[in-house]
Ligand binder design. Structure first.
Ligand code: GYE
Length: 355
């Protein structure tokens, strides 16, 4: 076909294409929005994945709170641990002209353009759990999450207090199983460990990304045991799933987990305090478990309620968190000028835990 013929054909086809598109029922985002019940709030939720019990609990919290009977139309997208999936989900939500977007960002950077698009489309974005590192913070409405650095400081201060309480004078040799690299939870918990290690002279023998996943926690611990063997006396796991994997590897190797590091046990420190994690804390396999609260459903419901009513919401909101142990000697720890209680874990507390 000559260029001239092709261009005549194209000219003839373009109007037909436009009419076709108009007739095919492809609704614009505004039409889509208008077709929804007026009293229903449409929320697009871009979740990271299902890598841990914590993550599953946070999804459940959202799905059981933002229900149809509570007036919500919740559009849920599982990012399967990939930022590009989360960005795609955000774009879809913007195209669908949802009323609100909730984003739990896998890592901190890379969100500027998409958040700006949501902002320009007039869709308020609630960032939950992990943070975003943006050029301009006003592109999102509110961030609600944990103080991950404080969580890490509490864990390290507990360890320091414990070592003093048993007058431990040997080397503290730590295997550090990190969470997903560049996620807020990893950055905060890792920063706390590194500065405590420097301050107290602890050795970090190995530091590897376990992606918050049990299988990777296990694999890293197997490698650590093969390389450092009996030198290891502490494992700092950045979540319960990794801790479960590490415990499996240690027990498989014939060593024992527990707080008696002078007697050859390997001490496990963990974060999240899920039901599984607390059970391991109760039986002494995890020595201290610093809580990270996954119950974002009620928090987001409250934020959306306020925004709907035109009320102010703070730009940052922190979750309430505790710390658990079965070692009765340490009832509290001090971080900076603040005293934090350490809650003794028991059966009743675990039974009351919904995740
Ligand atoms: O600790 C871990 C999860 O971002 C706080 O992500 C969250 C972390 C949590 O997969 O278990």
């Amino acid at each position: 076909m000559t260029f001239k013929k092709a261009s005549i054909l194209l000219k003839a086809l373009v109007p037909a294409l436009i009419i076709g598109l108009a007739l095919c029922g492809c609704a614009t985002s505004e039409e889509e929005k208008d077709s929804r019940p007026k009293d229903q709030v449409t929320v697009g939720f871009s979740q990271i994945g299902a890598e841990s019990d914590w993550r599953i609990a946070s999804t459940e919290s959202m799905q059981s709170t933002l229900t149809a009977s509570a007036g919500y139309n919740l559009l849920f997208k599982d990012g399967q641990q990939k930022q590009e999936n989360q960005l795609l989900a955000m774009r879809e939500f913007i195209d669908q002209a949802v009323d609100y977007i909730i984003l739990d960002p896998i890592t901190e950077t890379g969100w500027d353009a998409t958040l700006r698009e949501a902002y320009d489309a007039g869709i308020p974005v609630i960032i939950m759990d992990r943070r975003v590192d943006t050029f301009d913070d006003s592109v999102y409405t509110v961030w609600a999450g944990s103080d991950f650095l404080l969580e890490g400081k509490r864990a390290c201060k507990w360890l320091r207090t414990y070592l003093k309480s048993i007058s431990f004078s040997g080397d503290v040799n730590i295997i550090h199983i990190k969470g997903t690299t560049n996620s807020s939870a990893q950055l905060g918990r890792t920063k706390a460990l590194k500065s405590a290690a420097k301050k107290y002279g602890w050795n970090i023998l190995m530091s590897e990304d376990g992606d918050f996943v049990q299988a990777k926690g296990r694999e890293i611990m197997e490698n650590a045991l093969a390389t450092y063997g009996d030198d290891i006396n502490v494992v700092y796991c950045e979540n319960d799933s990794e801790a479960i994997g590490a415990i499996e590897a240690i027990e498989q190797s014939g060593r024992r987990v527990g707080s008696d590091i002078s007697g050859g046990e390997i001490m496990i420190l963990s974060f999240d305090a899920t039901r599984q994690g607390l059970l391991l804390t109760l039986n002494g396999k995890i020595s201290v478990n610093t809580e990270c609260n996954p119950e974002y459903g009620p928090v987001c419901d409250e934020i959306i309620g306020k925004l709907k009513d035109g009320l102010e919401v703070p730009h940052e909101m922190f979750m309430e968190e505790s710390q658990f142990s079965a070692i009765t000697d340490i009832k509290e720890i001090k971080v900076g000028d603040e005293i934090y209680p350490v809650t003794m874990v028991d059966r009743e507390l675990i039974d009351a835990r919904s995740y």
